[in-house]
Design a protein around this ligand. Structure first.
Ligand SMILES: O=C(O)CCC(=O)C(=O)O
Ligand SMILES: [Fe+2]
Length: 388
């Protein structure tokens, strides 16, 4: 297909002309099918073919869903609270740091972590991720699967089963629940991927547990209740989403990820120097401008449910830009997949803090993702008992 032809096909209006002959309509249907197949190979592949000077129509959002041009955004450096783990680890400063953590989870649902002591600050992880996305398409495509349940999966967009408008994103999903068992099925190229990513996954899990320990203390949950949750964190579910957002020809018309919340307890996000994450706060989108070397952490749906609404799982989205490709690695942590999650009994009382969410489990979440409902509401909304 000629390069110009490709652009024209991708941008063309998909409805058939009224007087098109039967044969013309069939040809158009074939072309649309070919185009869809091409787009599902991902945005990296699309960009590598060259000649993409306009955003293909399948990625164009309706005007109300488009991101504001960057210069119209409020500057937000300093807005997302910073939690210093060095203070959290110092007995004399722990109480003050816990109060800050509690406020961040309540008021923002997001915070930045510094002083985390991660070996190389995550640089090795970002570097191997970049080299993975730089591999020839055929090498990446070995891991492609439309099955959202596949433990290793290279995919594109957000939820390709349900996306009406595609997102400008490719990703490698790696389930890390039982590392020793899953690592042999991970990509073997680049040659150091398995080693670097599994080391990062282990560090991220340690950080998750440390943050959960602190958050439970901040919530006033102690004794056997806290012990059980923390033991479950050790054997809990973990999923790495390694995201690649290539430079985009018309970034103001689309998004790298649509507004969504994360399903787990906490997500730990490592990102390169290119901004893109926007968080919903006070009814507006704010661009997160992270401190160099920090990790961004957010509360997920399971933690909002477990905390009976005290902590907020906040909508966030990713914008793309026209000049620089961006890499991020989200590590989504929760309790073991078989565990039923509902409000902690310590946080519910009939008088002034009634139960706000019904119990849920992982299977229900996966069913939701593959259902038509996944198009319209957040998973959390489907679990609410009290809507205010
Ligand atoms: O790339 C980012 O900044 C956010 C990624 C994200 O929200 C996710 O993978 O769930
Ligand atoms: Fe997310």
């Amino acid at each position: 297909m000629a390069i110009l032809g490709l652009d024209q096909t991708l941008n063309s209006n998909s409805s058939s002309p009224r007087h098109a002959s039967h044969q013309q309509r069939l040809r158009q249907e074939d072309a649309e099918e070919e185009e869809e197949k091409l787009l599902l190979k991902g945005v990296r592949h699309l960009c590598e073919r060259g000649g993409i000077t306009r955003l293909p129509a399948r990625y164009v959002l309706p005007p109300s869903d488009r991101p504001a041009a960057p210069d119209q955004l409020p500057r937000t450096s300093g807005l997302i609270p910073v939690i210093d783990l060095v203070r959290l680890r110092a007995p004399a400063e722990r109480a003050a740091a816990l109060a800050e953590l509690d406020a961040a989870c309540r008021d923002y649902g997001f915070f930045q972590v510094v002083g985390h002591g991660l070996d190389d600050g995550g640089r090795g992880m970002l570097d191997v991720a970049r080299r993975f996305f730089d591999l020839p398409f055929g090498e990446r495509a070995r891991h492609m699967s439309p099955d959202i349940r596949a433990p290793v999966r290279y995919g594109t967009s957000f939820n390709q089963l349900n996306d009406g408008v595609l997102c400008w994103r490719d990703f490698l999903k790696l389930v890390c629940d039982d590392l020793a068992a899953v690592v042999p099925s991970w990509p073997d190229a680049p040659a150091d991927l398995r080693e670097v990513v599994s080391a990062y996954a282990r560090s991220s899990r340690r950080l998750f547990k440390e943050l959960m320990e602190a958050a439970l203390e901040a919530l006033g949950i102690s004794g056997p209740g806290a012990g059980e949750v923390l033991a479950d964190c050790d054997a809990g579910s973990q999923m790495l989403m390694v995201n690649c957002f290539p430079a985009c020809p018309e970034p103001d018309l689309t998004l790298g990820m649509p507004p969504h919340s994360d399903y787990g307890f906490l997500t730990i996000l490592l990102q390169d120097q290119v901004n893109g994450l926007e968080v919903r706060h006070d009814d507006r989108w704010v661009l997160v401008d992270p401190l160099p070397g920090s990790l961004v952490v957010n509360v997920g749906d399971h933690f909002e449910m477990y905390s009976n609404g005290r902590y907020k799982s906040v909508l966030h989205r990713v914008r793309v830009n026209s000049s620089r490709s961006r890499i991020s690695v989200a590590s989504l942590h929760s309790l073991p997949p078989a565990r039923v999650i509902g409000p902690a009994p310590e946080l519910v009382n009939d008088e002034n803090n009634p139960r706000r969410y019904m119990d849920t489990d992982f299977a229900t979440f996966l069913d939701y993702l593959s259902s038509a409902e996944g198009k319209h509401k957040s998973f959390l909304q489907t679990r609410r008992l009290i809507t205010s």
